[in-house]
Design a protein around this ligand. Sequence first.
Ligand SMILES: [Zn+2]
Length: 142
Amino acid sequence: MNAVPPKISAPALTSRLAVIILAALALAGAAVVFLFNPSTHAFYPVCQFHRLTGLECPGCGATRAVYALLHGNFSVALRDNALFVLALGALAARGVWFGWNNFRGRANGEFFPVKFLWLLLAAALAFTVLRNLPGFAILNPG
Ligand SMILES: [Zn+2]
């Protein structure tokens, strides 16, 4: 006889509380970035990978990209960190898709299937290599 183990899932209240806390933290962080330009204020953390190697990591320029997005400068945001901007767009599209499915009563799968995480990792590696090559200065925020 094969007994099926019970599915373990987080209680709905805990999941909702986690989402509310994460959303509040994201909004607070966005407010700080909106009010204080990362290019002119020194209290933002410095990328240790960039400080040690002089190379751009996949996250370099992301804070400046958020600042540019919050001020409506999409092209500047893309120049600062194209991978971050595109990943943020994909995340937003995924969230809208999930919300739409919930609204229509359809079942959603995982929010981040493993294959998407592997794709993001591969994109981050390729982006990191490309943005540090001389011929791809457009991907380097400088
Ligand atoms: Zn970095």
